[in-house]
Design a protein around this ligand. Structure first.
Ligand SMILES: Nc1ncnc2c1ncn2[C@@H]1O[C@H](COP(=O)(O)OP(=O)(O)OP(=O)(O)O)[C@@H](O)[C@H]1O
Length: 733
């Protein structure tokens, strides 16, 4: 895969300029007079020193360096940064491919456009041919009669200059004579020649000559303001950057002043489908400030902001005030995005980045999911599901990754994964939600086991105390990567009974799971604090916000502080499907600055293709498990069973009968996330499947009043019997 860094800018020139800048600063400092503040650095050592310091403050500038000789300057010139012989765009495969693709599609379009209009053009030529004849005849007559000389001869007549007039007339007579001879000769020779040729020619040749003559005469008869061909492509409004245009934009955006302007450390140049200007802001202005003023910069450039991309230049060639401004020729997201490159061939190493989309300049943007989690949020129909499926498709193409796929909507979008997923669930029917809860509970238990296993591994095998590919491939260790993908997450997190537990289990998994290979992917069309509580969101390392309605929803996905930092997904247009702000995914997996990405395209038919390939890979590797091979989840504790065990925990053997209200109060204390808010009626409903009677009247004492009373309650023996029965059933298989 092409690394996104392949065609990054060559900043060597910038470095050279930086050092030049540094010299300028030093020289300026050297010229400055010592100030009072400089004097205040002096220390009273003794009187003598004191006196000295009063006269000569300690030097703060470096010692004087003599100006270089002319010869040294010549040598220095030899070390100057050389501009590349082959332009950057020709050396970049991506730029070349972009240009090649554009040329191919453009000329194909233009050719087809004109081809379909060829009958219209033929009729147009035929209609214009008689006008062409008239024009040719008129031009010939004017030429033979020396019409161009008429104004001069008339001027001679007006000035009554007989001598000049006679001279001009003689010249005209001579011209008319020889031009008349030429025309007569052409007619005498040409007409019979054409007639003979026509007589000798075959019928198609005659037609060809006729067509050629009509075409030529038609072209001759074409008025200047009505060209023969229609316009096949309207060139979009592109802004060619120049120093003046850029300076005006920065002035308009209030990022510099006329007497303190921006400077250009390198020439403005063509970069991909747009222009790039690198500017140094005044010393008092940061590049981050300029990024936040993107809209104002766009206004200053008189462009839509979707074409304007300010970026900070980092590293040794950068500076906190150095900004790279890329201006696209046209809306970079108005075109359809390319297909996901792994649809028909290729596999994935989940420990490495995989293709996800392209940035505004068409450079590939990879995504690394290993050791992180991903949150995708958007309003409906903006490409959330399409975006969320890409990482799952990538994981599917690595046969060691165990997939757990849930879709709260239950449509067709995720059905294909059933064939390879270890666990899969569609919709929000009770049994599906319960299965999800059980799956997550089991994963939390497994996560702890994974940590135990890792802690026993020798340091040479596990140097960083986290899963590596080498470890993950050892099936006996059971440390293979696990991806839990949940689309329409708001339908599960908002579940009245299990929602809170689902959120708390996922928070735990996002918090602690990544190091041991557990990845979580959540997608929601309701990105707010209710659907994805802050505690859960804050533990998700990578976030992708497609179009949202408000900047608050954008922040709900990208995290607090993203809006003031200049990232707002509500600014995308409805036409920008699959375009979003990706935060926290550079190729090392570290949380980095946000990039705007247009995801690669993979519709449901493509998903089927990839899943078929993933199935073959998994069959070959022998890694198909669970749902994919019809294996039900291992018989672990079910929700109801936990309840039975929990009741035995909170009701001791010395209490044979307890009021239901006492039991729910104690359960809520034991597991507030599961039983918080339970009423006796809910307890009754939960115990119903175990055939435990809860309508019995039980004698007890109210702890607040100290009075005894008969109220609805349970018998501990009923619970013990149900547990014995359950254990017997389990043993019997
Ligand atoms: N990268 C893309 N490029 C072009 N079109 C895209 C892209 N991604 C998605 N789309 C288009 O956007 C439409 C909506 O996509 P998708 O089903 O993923 O939306 P959604 O946000 O999941 O909607 P919902 O919430 O209703 O399920 C799709 O029909 C698809 O054609």
């Amino acid at each position: 895969m092409t690394s996104p860094n392949d065609d990054r800018f060559d900043w060597t020139a910038a470095e050279a300029d930086l050092s030049a800048d540094a010299e300028v600063v030093d020289l300026a400092a050297r010229r400055r007079k010592p100030t009072d503040s400089v004097k205040s650095f002096t220390v009273d050592l003794d009187d003598e020193a004191d006196d000295q310091e009063a006269d000569t403050p300690p030097p703060v500038d470096p010692p004087h360096v003599p100006a270089p000789s002319a010869f040294a300057s010549v040598l220095a010139g030899k070390t100057a940064t050389r501009r590349p012989i082959v332009p950057a765009w020709l050396r970049s495969r991506v730029d070349l491919v972009t240009a090649g693709r554009w040329a191919f599609s453009h000329y194909t379009h233009v050719s087809l456009y004109h081809l379909t209009r060829s009958p219209k053009y033929t009729l147009r030529l035929a209609w214009r041919a008689p006008f062409g004849v008239a024009r040719v005849l008129g031009a010939t007559v004017r030429w033979v009669s020396d019409a161009e000389g008429i104004p001069v001869r008339l001027a001679a007549v007006r000035r009554e200059d007989a001598e000049l007039y006679l001279k001009l007339s003689r010249q005209r007579d001579a011209r008319v004579r020889w031009r008349g001879i030429v025309v007569t000769a052409v007619l005498l020779l040409g007409v019979p020649t054409v007639a003979v040729l026509m007589a000798l020619a075959g019928s198609w040749q005659r037609w060809a000559i006729l067509a050629g003559a009509v075409a030529l005469l038609g072209l001759a008869g074409t008025p200047k303001d009505k060209p023969l061909l229609d316009v096949a492509a309207v060139t979009p409004r592109a802004r060619k950057l120049s120093a003046d245009v850029v300076t005006r934009a920065f002035l308009a955006a209030g990022l510099c002043k006329v007497d303190d302007p921006i400077t250009f450390p390198m020439p403005i140049m063509r970069d991909g489908p747009g222009w790039r200007a690198v500017v140094d802001l005044p010393y008092t202005t940061t590049a981050d400030k300029a990024i936040k003023r993107r809209t104002e910069l766009a206004a200053g450039l008189d462009l839509d902001e979707v074409q304007v991309w300010p970026e900070r230049v980092r590293g040794t060639s950068g500076s906190a005030r150095r900004l790279s401004l890329w201006v696209a020729d046209e809306d970079p997201y108005a075109k359809p995005s390319g297909l996901w490159p792994l649809i028909d061939r290729g596999s994935v190493d989940i420990f490495a980045p995989f293709p996800f989309g392209q940035d505004q300049r068409g450079r590939p943007i990879p995504l690394l999911l290993m050791f992180t989690s991903l949150l995708v949020g958007a309003i409906p129909r903006m490409g959330k599901t399409f975006a969320a499926r890409l990482p799952v498709l990538a994981a599917a193409l690595d046969p060691i990754v165990e997939l757990h796929v849930y879709d709260g909507k239950g449509g067709q979008d995720w059905r294909a994964f059933e064939r390879i997923a270890h666990r899969a669930g569609y919709g929000v029917r009770d049994e599906i939600v319960e299965a999800l809860v059980e799956d997550l509970r089991a994963l939390v238990v497994d996560m702890n086991r994974r940590y135990d296993t890792i802690s026993t591994l020798p340091p040479d095998l596990c140097p960083e105390s986290k899963v590596t590919r080498e470890i993950a491939e050892k099936r006996s260790l059971k440390l293979w990567p696990v991806l839990v993908a949940i689309d329409e997450f708001q339908r599960y997190s908002g579940h009245p009974v299990h929602g809170d537990e689902i959120v708390s289990l996922l928070t735990e998994l996002c918090k602690v799971g990544p190091s041991v290979g557990i990845m979580i992917l959540l997608a929601t069309q309701k990105p707010d604090g209710k659907a994805v509580p802050t505690d859960l969101r804050d533990n998700i390392g990578t976030r992708f916000a497609l179009k949202t309605m408000t900047w608050q929803s954008s922040e709900a996905v990208l995290g607090a502080g993203s809006y003031p930092a200049g990232y707002d997904s509500s600014r995308f247009q409805r036409a920008h499907k699959g375009v979003g702000i990706l935060l926290g995914a550079d190729d090392s997996g570290a949380v980095e600055e946000a990039v705007t990405v247009r995801t690669n395209f993979a519709k449901t038919a493509h998903v089927e293709t990839v899943v078929a390939r993933a199935l073959a890979l998994r069959q070959k590797a022998g890694t198909l498990t669970g749902h994919a091979i019809g294996q039900a989840p291992e018989q672990t504790t079910s929700a109801g069973d936990i309840l039975l065990d929990d009741i035995l925990t909170v009701v001791s053997a010395t209490e044979p009968k307890v009021w239901s209200e006492t039991v729910v109060a104690r359960l809520a204390e034991l597991r507030p996330d599961v039983y918080g808010g339970w009423e006796p009626a809910q307890l009754a409903a939960a115990l119903k499947p175990h055939r435990i009677p809860v309508g019995r009247q039980v004698w007890g004492t109210d702890p607040t009043t100290g009075k005894g009373a008969n109220r609805k309650g349970i018998h501990r023996d009923d619970i013990t019997n149900a547990v014995t029965e359950r254990n017997r059933r389990r043993k019997a298989g």
